[in-house]
Design a protein around this ligand. Structure first.
Ligand code: V47
Length: 376
């Protein structure tokens, strides 16, 4: 059992006190949490915050992934998904194909369609506006969570219009929120090394803040397990925390475990389960103004996601049908789980499953939860 004496002896007494009092942790404390030898002690502290915010409640959703195109001109070294327009397997889905994908799942109670893909220089903003409308033609009530700050910045650059004008157009077309991709690790060094053609972190944060001011929520990610340093990860979390202080527009933070297969970094080893849990726990402790921390089961496996629910995570994402980006990079997880799988996974971890929509409003509670609420 982890006691306050043990935390004191192991050098975590000061952080533990701050966590109990809800005080903000410093950069040095973030670094200590990453480097502390006892992962369980770090997880214990993160779990205190998780339970204070959410008790046992654990969110999941019923969602569908559609990747409209794999053509991309950013050539990020960590990506196995992109193709150039000349590649034999390059594609850009037509609206008919997108609508057919939506129709395939029309009898499933999907509340969110998650749409991200390459930054395809041949596709203008109008393609994406029509794409969002095409989805809603088939499924009017679904929440479209689409594009990233990278595409938004790219449209602004290509058209000479402001980021705000682009985001307003997307909102008018029916976009519901933005996923958290493209943030990678917010470091000038890593930007130069791994993704120099993409916007840098100033650009990413500016777009996110603009989206929030326009009234759209978004998520934030961090890609870990490649060549980043501890300091770079802590700085990433602090940059997000500062942006969140300004707008409170981020819903959830999702640490993404790097998958090296078929990428230019294929000589690296996949992150360990210990690293997966550490990134979840430190994020929960540092991001004191983020409502949710997501353990994306696709990236870290359903088994590690289960444990993550006691290391700071309160969300495991959704049914997903059908993930392509990390599977191109060798992910061995299934490309989808059923609602029953997700509910079982959460219950087996001793937590309470709650189906949510993209904006974290409960869609329906499981029968046992509902019964318990009626009894109290
Ligand atoms: O931005 C690319 C990452 C992201 C690899 O907002 C890779 O709810 C691991 O952002 N190994 C896209 N990761 C996915 C994403 C996301 C996923 C789930 C939920 C949400 C959300 C957002 O995937 C990219 C990049 O950081 N990525 N290649 C790879 N080889």
């Amino acid at each position: 059992m982890i006691t306050s004496e043990y935390l004191e002896r192991s050098g975590l007494g000061g952080i533990s006190l701050k966590v109990e009092e809800g005080q903000r942790l410093s950069r040095e404390e973030g670094i200590l949490l990453y480097e502390h030898p006892d992962l369980n002690a770090v997880g214990y502290l993160a779990n205190r915050v998780r339970e204070r915010l959410h008790g046992d409640v654990t969110y999941y959703n019923i969602n569908q992934h559609i990747n409209p195109t794999n053509v991309c001109d950013k050539f990020c070294k960590f990506c196995a998904f992109y193709r150039t327009a000349k590649d034999a397997d390059a594609y850009a889905l037509s609206f008919e194909q997108i609508q057919a994908r939506v129709r395939e799942k029309i009898h499933e109670p999907i509340t969110e369609i998650h749409m991200v893909g390459g930054v395809n220089p041949e596709l203008p903003l109008e393609y994406y506006l029509d794409m969002i409308r095409a989805v809603h033609e088939v499924r009017p009530d679904v929440h479209v969570k689409a594009l990233t700050m990278v595409e938004v910045a790219d449209f602004a650059q290509r058209t000479g219009r402001s980021v705000e004008a682009i985001i307003r157009d997307l909102k008018d077309a029916g976009i519901g929120s933005f996923p958290g991709g493209g943030a990678e690790v917010m470091s000038a060094r890593l930007h130069r090394l791994l993704f120099p053609k993409k916007i840098d972190f100033h650009g990413w944060l500016d777009c996110a803040r603009t989206a929030h001011r326009v009234g759209l929520k978004s998520n934030a990610t961090m890609l870990y397990g490649h060549v980043e340093t501890t300091e770079e990860k802590v700085d990433h979390l602090i940059l997000l925390r500062e942006a969140q202080d300004e707008t409170f527009g981020f819903m959830t933070f999702i640490p993404l475990a790097f998958h090296p297969e078929n990428t230019k970094l294929d000589y690296l080893k996949k992150a360990t389960a210990m690293e997966d849990l550490r990134n979840i726990a430190v994020a929960r402790l540092m991001l004191d103004n983020f409502p949710h921390i997501k353990a994306f089961w696709i990236m870290i496996t359903p088994r590690v996601a289960q444990i993550a629910l006691s290391y700071g995570a309160d969300d495991i994402d959704g049914t997903v049908t059908t993930e392509e980006i990390v599977h191109a990079a060798g992910a061995e997880t299934s490309q989808n789980l059923s609602r029953r799988d997700l509910v079982t996974l959460i219950r087996e971890a001793g937590r309470e499953p709650v189906e949510r929509d993209t904006l974290y409003r409960p869609v329906r509670m499981q029968a046992a939860t509902t019964a318990a609420i009626h009894l109290t």
